[in-house]
Design a protein around this ligand. Structure first.
Ligand code: PEP
Ligand code: MG
Length: 586
């Protein structure tokens, strides 16, 4: 049964219009144990279970071979035990029975069987058998992960679809098959949640804040229009509405194409001030394509996205190859690579060893690298220094809140240089080291940091959440998370002023760098560079070429005296309406 036609207002997080049928995404991170099926679905669920078992066997065998090369045989043998479990007849029959007789879906059936067996092992007073309980759970999650694997889920459909889900984690988003997805409509998140950032980098329209009861009632038979400009979602539209949106879709594409044709032009204001425009990348995207969109370099490479696969962390050589390839394709253009920023909403349980009560305030980014995963940090820094030989690299550190973090990293780099020299490995000796200004602590001590850092990059997504104390990925406090809050502008102003005094460059690489209403203030406050998702570059360049630095500076001064974000935004919207009316609604 299809859901009756209706329209809901969600929160737009990635622009564009998607029209298509629904794909209900089953999250790998939610251990659901009681999803029932109809008798007619039994065979399909059994097939999903067996397909996942086969994938799991191959994965485990591969892991075992890989680990044998690196570890003692006895450590690699742990996967031998896992392989035996995957073949265990009792376990397999239990799952099959749960699907065919008790009518649970494959995921629920696996969790139930795993619970049953693990509980039995845990109850035995023998430490060896108790540990087997952990193995059973581990194997169980791996099989469920493979069942729910996004790629697998999508293979079921021959045409691309709109993905709906209560939540979609960054690693799940990365795992989606781009060719099979038209857009996203999810319940949780915000414009600066990492899932939204990825949607923009994949150039897929997306909205968050979808009502949960609606998501629960949608099925694969329902059709949606997702308007990533306004946030409207139309369920099972009538023919006239669908046609109107198809027109809007074509019109938006036309404007984007037109702007893309001008994207080679430099971003120079009408009174002659030039602004550097760079791209944010989340994986090893094709730099030539990014350059075509109008970027002069990479302002932020979020390297944590190459660490999202919990079953495989890239080693030094693998990372070296990724960074080197990017450096070579960028030629002389600057490439700013951020060290691992795991934590917050970018989780990888294979990296963070302890669950966090407050992930955004916990051992995240540089904290995790220095305190708990020096091994990964050293490996990454070595790979970066080696790849730095191949182009114009800068390294930047995320989540900095005190000077010690910068100083300690410098010391680590110095000792790694000695290590590489001793081994005769070539590396770049003088890679600039910058800090991200994304905590109020770093912003308020920008004078101190500017004396020791080579450059600043303002990570406004985090700076806003930490300043206003409003979780960036929680749509329930989305009304408080306001980029134009005068406190945020004041912190940016202080940061830029201190950077200018010490003569170091300062860029902005958070979402506000592509937010039309925020850009005039950033320019007016003296920001030298904006780094953003590549798809936004043509629009941003158009805006910059349409206004003067003089008026931006005046606007920024007025904003400092505003009471709240609404007043601030009114100032810039008015200016945009006058200068570039065609962009006002985008
Ligand atoms: C930021 O915080 O603004 C930023 C660019 O980093 P991320 O969004 O990856 O946290
Ligand atoms: Mg950040």
């Amino acid at each position: 049964m299809r859901v009756p036609s209706c329209t809901v207002q969600a929160i737009p997080v990635a622009s564009g219009i998607a029209i298509g049928r629904v794909m209900v995404f089953h999250s790998t991170s939610l251990p659901v144990k009681d999803i029932k099926i109809t008798p007619a679905q039994k065979d399909e669920e059994l097939a999903r279970f067996h397909a996942a078992l086969e994938i799991t066997k191959v994965q485990l065998a591969e892991l075992q071979t890989k680990l044998r090369a690196k570890l003692h045989d006895s450590d690699a043998d742990i996967f031998e035990a896992h392989l035996l479990l995957v073949d265990d007849r009792t376990m397999i029959s239990e799952v099959e029975k749960s699907i065919s007789e008790e009518l649970y879906d494959a995921e629920s059936a696996i969790y139930r069987a795993v619970d049953k067996f693990a509980a039995a092992f845990s109850a035995v007073e023998d430490s060896y058998l108790q540990e087997r309980a952990i193995d059973i759970r581990d194997v169980g999650s791996r099989i469920v992960g493979n069942i729910a694997d996004a790629g697998q889920q999508m293979l079921a459909y021959d045409e691309p679809r709109i993905v709906i889900a209560p939540t979609l984690t960054p690693s799940e988003t990365v795992g989606l098959n781009r060719d099979k997805v038209l857009g996203f409509a999810v319940e949780t998140g915000s414009a600066t949640s990492h899932t939204a950032i990825l949607a923009r980098s994949l150039k897929l329209p997306a909205v968050v804040g979808m009502p949960r009861d609606l998501l629960d009632s949608l099925t694969v038979a329902d059709k949606l229009i997702v308007d990533g400009f306004s946030g409207k979602v139309i369920v099972n539209p009538d023919a006239a509405t669908e046609e109107a949106y198809r027109l809007k879709q074509r019109e938006a594409e036309r404007i984007f194409r037109q702007l893309s044709d001008e994207s080679e032009l430099r971003a120079v204001t009408t009174d002659g001030f030039s602004v550097e425009i760079a791209a944010n990348v989340e994986a090893s995207e094709d730099y030539n394509e990014i350059r075509r969109q109008g970027a002069n370099g990479i302002g932020l490479f979020r390297t944590e996205f190459i660490f999202m696969d919990e079953n495989h962390l890239p080693d030094e050589d693998e990372q070296f190859e990724i960074y080197k390839k990017l450096m070579i394709s960028a030629g002389n253009d600057p490439v700013t690579i951020r060290t691992l920023d795991i934590g917050g909403d970018k989780l990888n349980s294979g990296i963070s060893r302890t669950p966090e009560q407050n992930p955004f305030l916990g051992l995240r980014g540089i904290r995790l690298c220095l305190r708990e995963r020096r091994d990964l940090f050293d490996t990454q820094l070595r790979a970066l220094m080696r790849a730095g030989m191949h182009g114009n690299m800068q390294i930047m550190l995320p989540m900095i809140s005190c000077m010690d973090e910068l100083r300690e990293t410098r010391q680590i780099i110095e000792s790694l240089k000695k290590e590489l020299s001793a081994r005769g490995v070539p590396f770049a000796d003088n890679i600039p080291l910058g800090v991200m200004i994304e905590t109020p602590a770093a912003a308020m001590t920008a004078d101190r940091f500017a004396a020791e850092a080579d450059f600043f990059s303002i990570g406004s997504n985090d700076l806003i959440q930490y300043t206003i104390a409003a979780d960036r990925s929680n749509e329930r406090v989305g009304h408080l998370y306001r980029p134009g809050h005068p406190s945020v502008l004041r912190l940016i102003k202080y940061t830029v002023t201190e950077a200018v005094k010490q003569n170091i460059p300062v860029s902005v690489c958070g979402q506000i760098a592509e937010d039309m209403a925020m850009i005039p203030f950033l320019l007016g406050l003296g920001v030298n560079e904006l780094s953003m998702s590549p798809g936004a570059i043509p629009l941003v360049k158009k805006l910059i070429r349409s206004c003067s630095m003089h008026e931006c500076a005046e606007l920024a001064e007025q904003a400092m005296l505003c009471n709240d974000s609404a007043e601030v935004m009114q100032l810039s919207r008015k200016m945009i309406h006058q200068r570039v009316p065609e962009l006002a609604d985008i």
